[in-house]
Design a protein around this ligand. Structure first.
Ligand SMILES: Cc1cc2nc3c(=O)[nH]c(=O)nc-3n(C[C@H](O)[C@H](O)[C@H](O)COP(=O)(O)O)c2cc1C
Ligand code: SF4
Length: 480
């Protein structure tokens, strides 16, 4: 399919919709009527990015609390000081000086700087950004793309929404630096339909940036063209997966593509493509402005810099916090979040529902890629959804598989068929009924882990295995 012929189907208005995501599920006792409506909605909405207000509806509009707990605020600095979405405010704060520096460097030098910073992707896969850019840069193609992944489907995370709404020029500057570095002349920003204000703000910021000559025919004066188009999602979670997202932009069925080839080799319209997350790109201007060494001086040797975590509504102080990697999770939960406003913490979904669950006994685990992985969890998108005694582990597991089954792209049988079978078996157990499926849910979990084409299926398996590991006794009690 050529770039000229792609099309998009009309979507569904979300104005009246209610959120059925994980943060709203664990807060359902606070507004059972609202939750019951959300749970029955068709199509289901699995996150509105308002987890600090959960259980939330689309019209809820209270701004989250924003806090910084790092030596330097890489991502949240301007947002913490007040609203900074205009070009003028961004410029007054030194905005576009990272791009200015990048203009004076070769593409190779820009990539080397990003590589030296140790920045890893913030969208969930934690792939080193410098390595991805270098691979795209090395491609001989005359046409390359940069795609901004603003799908933020992971229930529990809302940093990308707030960045687009309140600091859109930081994302544009990061995108422009990426395009300069790899030689891309066209970019797409794929933003989910559930974020109408984010779309409005980024579109307004793009108009300003074009008028100011930051984008367009002479990208900030270097003679390289850069055009950016905004594409709106249609409510599918799996469209956040980078290859499904490329299919969605092309107007194809948003299924996950088999890799290799990777997007940096054959991505959008078959051309080399860098796909980066919003928070990843918003970190780039700071790195160019302050240097890789200043960035990698924060965090740990293998998890450098800072990460924004999104705390859900059960915390006493829910909101967005920029933290230095390596901080114990307990510090985030107790010192920053203030613990739960009622009851006690039964566990934490970190980085989305499709990774592990952190039990209270492991709260001293450092918040970094390697330490969390060692206990079966992931940094993921940085969402932190605490749940309390109102949610049993079986209820949580049923909710996660219900979400997983609904959002499957349908390409792999264990995910397409098996996730729904697990949902049904757990649902039957919740209702005290036995099921007679040939396959037991634990076998399906093994199949998901072994054969899934993408992180959606393997994530469901990782979640189930961490429940078995950390909540085995409670699960057995619920199942018998
Ligand atoms: C099921 C699934 C959903 C995903 N959803 C998102 C998303 O909403 N936003 C995002 O940035 N990355 C998402 N990712 C990760 C992307 O595939 C990809 O790794 C990322 O956009 C690359 O950008 P980064 O390297 O800057 O993180 C998802 C991955 C999977 C498997
Ligand atoms: S694991 Fe699920 S979402 Fe991922 S490609 Fe397979 S069917 Fe699609």
């Amino acid at each position: 399919m050529s770039e000229e012929t792609f099309f998009h189907l009309a979507g569904v208005d979300i104005e009246d919709q209610r959120c059925g995501g994980a943060a709203c599920f664990v807060a359902r006792h606070r507004n059972p009527t609202r939750w019951a409506q959300a749970d029955g909605d068709q199509p289901r909405v699995h996150c509105l990015g308002k987890c600090h207000l959960a259980p939330a509806v689309a019209t809820d509009a209270v701004r989250p609390h924003v806090g910084i707990d790092a030596p330097e605020a890489v991502v949240l600095g301007r947002i913490a000081q007040g609203r900074a979405w205009s070009l003028e405010a961004y410029r007054n704060d030194g905005g576009f000086s990272g791009l200015e520096r990048a203009r004076s460097m070769t593409g190779e030098a820009v990539v080397a700087e990003v590589d030296a910073s140790g920045l890893k992707g913030r969208g969930g896969a934690a792939f080193p950004v410098g390595r991805k850019w270098r691979a795209a840069q090395a491609q001989p193609s005359p046409q390359k793309y940069v795609v901004v992944n603003a799908d933020e489907g992971d229930p529990g995370a809302y940093i990308d929404r707030v960045l687009l709404e309140e600091d859109p020029h930081a994302v544009i500057e990061g995108l422009a630096i990426a395009a300069l570095a790899v030689g891309a002349t066209r970019a797409y920003l794929y933003v989910r339909k559930e974020y109408p204000l984010a779309r409005e703000r980024i579109e307004a910021a793009l108009v300003q940036a074009r008028a100011a000559g930051v984008l367009g025919d002479a990208l900030a004066g270097v003679g390289q063209h850069l055009d950016v188009a905004v594409v709106e999602g249609e409510g599918s979670y799996v469209c956040g997966e980078e290859t499904a997202l490329l299919n969605a932009i092309e107007g194809r069925r948003p299924e996950v593509r088999v890799r290799p080839p990777y997007p940096v080799e054959r991505g959008l319209f078959g051309r080399p493509t860098v796909v980066n997350n919003v928070e990843t790109l918003a970190s780039i201007p700071w790195i160019l402005r302050n240097g890789a060494a200043a960035y990698s001086a924060m965090g740990t040797p293998t998890s450098s810099g800072t990460k924004v975590v999104s705390l859900n509504s059960l915390f006493r102080r829910p909101g967005l916090y920029e933290v230095e990697f390596g901080l114990p999770v307990r510090d985030i939960v107790e010192r920053l979040g203030g613990g739960l406003s009622e009851g006690s913490i039964a566990g934490l979904l970190i980085g989305g529902p499709l990774t592990g669950v952190l039990p209270p006994s492991l709260l001293d685990t450092p918040f970094d890629f390697e330490s969390l992985r060692a206990v079966g969890c992931e940094v993921g998108h940085g969402g932190m959804v605490a749940f309390d005694e109102n949610t049993s582990i079986l209820q949580l597991m049923h909710h996660v598989f219900r979400f997983g089954a609904y959002e499957s792209c349908g390409k792999c049988a264990p995910c397409r068929e098996g996730a729904g079978m697990v949902e049904a078996q757990l649902g039957a157990a919740l209702g005290g009924v036995a099921t007679s499926d040939d396959l037991e849910w634990r076998d399906i979990v093994d199949a998901l882990a072994a054969t899934s084409l993408c992180g959606h299926g393997t994530g469901m398996a990782a979640f189930a295995r961490s429940v078995i590991n950390h909540y085995g006794e409670e699960l057995d009690r619920c199942l018998t």
